[in-house]
Design a protein around this ligand. Structure first.
Ligand SMILES: Cc1cc2nc3c(=O)[nH]c(=O)nc-3n(C[C@H](O)[C@H](O)[C@H](O)COP(=O)(O)OP(=O)(O)OC[C@H]3O[C@@H](n4cnc5c(N)ncnc54)[C@H](O)[C@@H]3O)c2cc1C
Ligand code: SF4
Length: 331
């Protein structure tokens, strides 16, 4: 493992100035992704800026009903927070479907959003990988690509985005607050993760040196039922092969509001907006959920080992929408 300098920061300003934005430094929060990748020689920061002492640990309800979450709130704290279980159950379910208790105790909200892909070729410094080494090729295209994405892929990268929490954020809608060398700004969560296209190494709309300080969830949909369904090789401590986060609100027998996002199948947290639109105004019936699944997966494209993800994701969508409907109250 390469050596690095460590600077614990006491304030956001100090963290941003210590990071410097020069490409040689990285923020470190729980360290559950970053330290792994440093040990594997995939990430090589010469300096790490510790952010755990920053005052970004609060979860608060704003006057307009939105929920403001500090970037250092751990996955465990967020999943069990009373405001989250009461008003954003999809977020709680998605977080608890991820990793293990020990990891969730360390993992932070900001770190989860910034976590890197689990593509084994990305994590193997001897393999060709355009994300790790731009222009080097992609060993996954004709390799063991069973875990890889079927939506949003390019000829340069087919890596799936691994986060469960981000699937819920995509469905719920949220805004990120970033602070960097040039001040603070906000960006919609849906615009933050990039498609790989011809630059898979550029994963986020984040400028050098910027720190995520908060995630603000949109106001909850009143009366909605929610369900996060994660399908994977074993029941815990495993990444999704396909997952679906669904929210349904029903009024007088028809769907007033629908939200749907997918995990394990997209190169970024996959917000199925066209499928949501097709569901609004329809009766909450399986036939309509199947149509929505068809729309969500219309552009899916598989490689040699991951074609099974298309029917798997279809089933996940239909089942998650059915379960969300059962949890909804018809107003
Ligand atoms: C064995 C294992 C299994 C896992 N299973 C799952 C799973 O099933 N589902 C799932 O969703 N996740 C899973 N994870 C991933 C886990 O959720 C992430 O590792 C964790 O959320 C990262 O948070 P962290 O605070 O530890 O980030 P760190 O490791 O500290 O940082 C990760 C990255 O984010 C950057 N960063 C951290 N905080 C900020 C910030 N505030 N602003 C800007 N950049 C920042 C760092 O520089 C680094 O690049 C698993 C991880 C492991 C090791
Ligand atoms: S799929 Fe993406 S991350 Fe995996 S080897 Fe190819 S370029 Fe790298």
């Amino acid at each position: 493992m390469r050596s690095f300098a460590f600077t614990p920061a006491e304030s956001v300003g100090q963290a941003v100035s210590a990071q410097g934005g020069d490409g040689d430094a990285a923020y470190i929060a729980g360290g559950t992704t970053l330290i792994d990748l440093v040990k594997l020689d995939v990430m090589r920061p010469a300096r790490m800026v510790g952010v755990n002492r920053l005052p970004l640990n609060d979860v608060e309800r704003l006057d307009d009903g939105r929920l403001r979450v500090g970037a250092l709130v751990t996955n465990t704290e967020l999943a069990h927070h009373p405001l989250v279980t009461a008003h954003f159950p999809l977020l709680s379910q998605a977080i608890l479907a991820g990793a293990s208790t020990q990891l969730r105790n360390m993992a932070t909200t900001g770190g989860n959003i910034m976590q890197r892909t689990r593509c084994p070729y990305f994590r193997d410094a001897a393999a060709a990988c355009n994300k790790r080494e731009p222009g080097s090729g992609c060993d996954a295209l004709d390799g063991i690509n069973r875990m890889h994405a079927i939506l949003g892929t390019s000829e340069h990268c087919i890596a799936a985005h691994p986060s469960d929490m981000c699937v819920a954020l995509a469905a719920l809608g949220a805004t990120l607050t970033l602070v960097g060398p040039h001040g603070a700004r906000e960006i919609a969560f849906g615009d933050f993760h990039r498609l790989p296209e011809d630059r898979p190494d550029r994963e986020h709309e984040i400028e050098p040196g910027e720190l995520i300080t908060h995630v603000t969830l949109d106001s909850p949909v009143e009366g909605a039922g929610a369900h996060y369904l994660k399908l994977r090789d074993r029941a815990s401590y495993e990444f999704a092969l396909a997952s679906a986060g669904a929210m349904i609100a029903v009024e007088k027998g028809v769907i007033r509001e629908a939200r749907l996002a997918l995990g394990g199948v997209g190169t970024r947290p996959w917000h199925a907006q066209e499928a949501e639109q097709a569901l609004r105004g329809q009766p909450p019936e399986t036939v309509n959920f199947e149509k929505a699944a068809g729309i969500a997966l219309r552009d899916a494209s598989a490689r040699q080992h991951n074609a099974f993800k298309i029917p798997l994701a279809r089933q996940a969508i239909v089942r998650a929408l059915e379960k969300a409907t059962q949890a909804a109250t018809d107003s």
